[in-house]
Design a binder for this molecule. Structure first.
Ligand SMILES: *[C@@H]1O[C@H](CO)[C@@H](O)[C@H](O)[C@H]1NC(C)=O
Ligand SMILES: *[C@@H]1O[C@H](CO)[C@@H](O)[C@H](O)[C@H]1NC(C)=O
Ligand SMILES: *[C@@H]1O[C@H](CO)[C@@H](O)[C@H](O)[C@H]1NC(C)=O
Ligand SMILES: *[C@@H]1O[C@H](CO)[C@@H](O)[C@H](O)[C@H]1NC(C)=O
Ligand SMILES: *[C@@H]1O[C@H](CO)[C@@H](O)[C@H](O)[C@H]1NC(C)=O
Length: 660
């Protein structure tokens, strides 16, 4: 521990004596990571990189090599506590993308000091065969160490790991020291060393200087041996780019690349500044729209406005607005659309043209119309009252599993929101076997949709600030695109989970759908992300049984009772046949079905705290999905054996419905 105290005194000294003092950089962990129980090896940075940087927190990057089941944007973002849209952007892929095995993926993260060490906390749910070493080395590829994980999970009573235990996992990251920022280093990339890597090769790949990389890791030309599945800090002046994820040809050792040209750097900088400004613009827009929507409503004299956003200073603005109401709103919206191009402001005439003047043949359901904008389809939803929540949320979120809002229109006191069009309509049209009009989803499609919904919810819960609860998850609010991928719609009831400091977020205004509403919400109006987890459990139940939750709810005292027959049965397979949607014709993997039923059981727990987090559900369902794909493959090869009763000629697992 003497080393630590040395670093510590160095930090204290620098804070007192300012710049010129030399700050220790991060020593390379070496082979110590393999020796989980020998505390003598703790002397290196095996517990984490010490908190010696200029800032206590910074934006930085990790690398990860895609490995099933952690081979998609959603699975990697869930495992490494990163924002899926940022992963997609920096790797130049879509948010639904799956990476080929062993592809290097860049993962943007926020790294912060936690006591003596920099780290990013994530969590891992123990599966069969896990040890601290296996999790750190094999699953996380060295982004954590067994020592650091044991150090952080001292609250566990034994060193034995049991399946289902949730571990807190510190990921290795660091922020630049004074010495490093002085020479222009902005980021320290936590790069996972691969077989055949050496320091100059890694440095060249990321346009970094070999000398500085060695220095950053306490290595030197003489002592530069590095090991696979350990992290090397690579000092970067600019964020890494997707071109650097392409494996360089494995030729003979090449000299470090010449320092990158400054013109190139400065263009990049401009791009980032521009992107930043755009982001800022979006934020202004969101605030603008909330304010606008709120006092606009007031100006129309609607009763019962209870918004907290309107402050006195805005009251003064009401009068002038009232006079040129319609015109004012149009100008306002057009001004906004200039700032953020993603949200188009439509003229009402355009909507009329797209829907043949709201002709009933264009009506989808309720007040939702299908619009044809020169061949591009969109859904148009007419809304009254407060649309600020939905615009606000959808505009600042961007996730492939949330329906995308593409435009707005205001006409004659009504709002029209224009959304991306989901060709296959609501999930509710597909899953109830008593009235699905011959529409059918196979097992894998069902699991994929569940994974999609879980990913979308995880995004709302973990990656919006403040976190949001959807509050109205149900089958009719999940839309299916042409590939049968699920998208969450109707964010009109969504709200932030935050309450004024020290208060429990509560509501006395219970809204939602019977069967999907969690008991604590119906009884006490308690609001948390666990409401969505309960509703998601109900949705999973519907997808598996093909029955409407409202019916199941009436038949059973508690929704979770529906599961008892399967869970309490010695031979679960027999009861499964009665449980699973008969239209699946027994074509499902029974082990995975039982696993999903156990997940449902967890989600429907009466105690909200005992329900899993959406993040865990994403992990579980990613695994279920990859196992389902293997099952599908093997049962296709074996000529559909084991799909007894499968005779009515419906194409289930091949043909146009299967996802590609
Ligand atoms: C800090 O920077 C100086 C030169 O600016 C260099 O001589 C010194 O070795 C650096 N310290 C460390 C620990 O890398
Ligand atoms: C440290 O924080 C300041 C203020 O937030 C920021 O301007 C600066 O770029 C940060 N430095 C690094 C190296 O991240
Ligand atoms: C990470 O988790 C540990 C233990 O749960 C906690 O003490 C620490 O403050 C967390 N650190 C960060 C940066 O969130
Ligand atoms: C660490 O994990 C990798 C990848 O799974 C594996 O090949 C390697 O053998 C592991 N290292 C040790 C020391 O077990
Ligand atoms: C141990 O602490 C971690 C992080 O604070 C937490 O996630 C986990 O649930 C705790 N485990 C037990 C058994 O208390």
């Amino acid at each position: 521990m003497s080393f630590l105290s040395l670093i510590f005194s160095a930090i204290i000294l620098t804070t007192f004596c300012c710049s010129s003092l030399i700050v220790a950089q991060q020593p390379y962990e070496g082979q110590a990571f393999t020796d989980c129980y020998n505390t003598n090896t703790y002397s290196k940075s095996v517990l984490g990189y010490s908190c010696n940087g200029v800032n206590k927190s910074c934006q930085t990057y990790l690398t990860f090599r895609s490995q099933p089941p952690y081979n998609s944007v959603s699975a990697i973002s869930a495992m490494l506590a990163s924002d899926p849209s940022q992963i997609a952007e920096i790797n130049s892929v879509s948010e639904t993308a799956t990476f080929e095995t062993n592809k290097l993926v860049i993962v943007p993260i926020t790294c912060s000091c936690s006591g003596d060490f920099y780290q990013l906390n994530t969590s891992h749910v123990v599966v069969h065969g896990d040890t601290y070493f296996v999790i750190a080395n094999n699953t996380l590829q060295g982004l954590s160490t067994c020592q650091a994980m044991m150090n952080q999970n001292t609250n566990l009573t034994t060193k034995e790991l049991y399946s289902g235990t949730r571990l807190s996992v510190p990921l290795r990251c660091a922020c630049p020291t004074k010495n490093q920022t002085d020479v222009g280093t902005k980021y320290l990339l936590s790069y996972i060393i691969a077989q055949g890597d050496y320091v100059s090769k890694i440095s060249a790949r990321f346009d970094s200087d070999t000398g500085r990389t060695l220095e950053a890791n306490g290595l030197s030309e003489q002592v530069s041996t590095i090991y696979p599945f350990t992290t090397l800090l690579v000092p970067l002046q600019n964020p890494p780019s997707s071109s650097q994820t392409i494996e360089p040809p494995s030729s003979s050792p090449s000299p470090p690349a010449p320092p990158s040209t400054s013109s190139n750097n400065s263009t990049k900088k401009w791009v980032y500044a521009f992107v930043g400004a755009l982001g800022g613009g979006a934020f202004v827009l969101v605030i603008g729209i909330i304010i606008f929507c709120t006092f606009f409503r007031r100006s129309r004299g609607t009763k019962g406005v209870n918004s907290i956003i309107v402050s006195e200073s805005f009251e003064a603005l009401e009068k002038p607005l009232e006079k040129k109401e319609e015109k004012g709103s149009q100008d306002f919206l057009e001004a906004l659309s200039g700032i953020v191009q993603s949200l188009k402001v439509y003229k009402f005439e355009e909507l009329q043209r797209a829907t043949d003047d709201f002709n009933s043949t264009y009506l989808i359901k309720g007040s939702v119309y299908r619009g044809n904008f020169n061949g591009d389809l969109a859904a148009i939803k007419k809304m009254n009252g407060d649309v600020s929540t939905e615009i606000n949320l959808l505009n600042k979120t961007s996730h492939s599993n949330l329906i995308c809002l593409s435009g707005v229109c205001f006409h004659d006191g009504h709002w029209y929101l224009i959304y991306e069009y989901a060709v296959n309509g609501p999930l509710s049209d597909w899953i109830y076997y008593s009235n699905n009009e011959g529409k059918f989803l196979n097992w894998t499609q069902r699991i994929q949709i569940l994974l999609d919904v879980a990913s979308g919810l995880n995004y709302l819960h973990s990656f919006t600030t403040p976190p949001h609860v959807h509050k109205d998850i149900k089958s009719s609010n999940i839309l299916l695109d042409s590939d049968f991928r699920g998208k969450i719609a109707s964010l009109g009831l969504a709200r932030s989970t935050e309450a004024p400091e020290g208060e429990v977020p509560l509501t006395n205004h219970i809204v939602g759908t019977i069967g999907y509403m969690a008991p604590e919400y119906m009884e006490n109006g308690l609001i948390s992300t666990k409401l969505d987890v309960y509703a998601f459990g109900a949705l999973m139940l519907e997808i598996l049984t093909g029955k409407e939750v409202a019916v199941l709810y009436e038949e059973n005292r508690q929704l979770s009772d529906v599961l008892n027959s399967v869970l309490n049965d010695e031979d679960g397979h027999q009861s499964l046949r009665h449980f699973i949607d008969p239209s699946m014709q027994w074509s499902y993997p029974p082990e995975l079905a039982l696993f999903v039923i156990r997940l449902i059981h967890g989600c429907l727990n009466k105690n909200p705290a005992a329900r899993p987090a959406m993040e865990e559900m994403v992990q579980f369902l990613s695994r279920t999905m990859s196992n389902s794909l293997s099952w599908e493959l093997s049962s296709n090869i074996s000529g559909d054996q084991g799909t007894e009763g499968f005779l009515d000629g419906r194409e289930t697992r091949t043909g146009s419905q299967s996802t590609t």
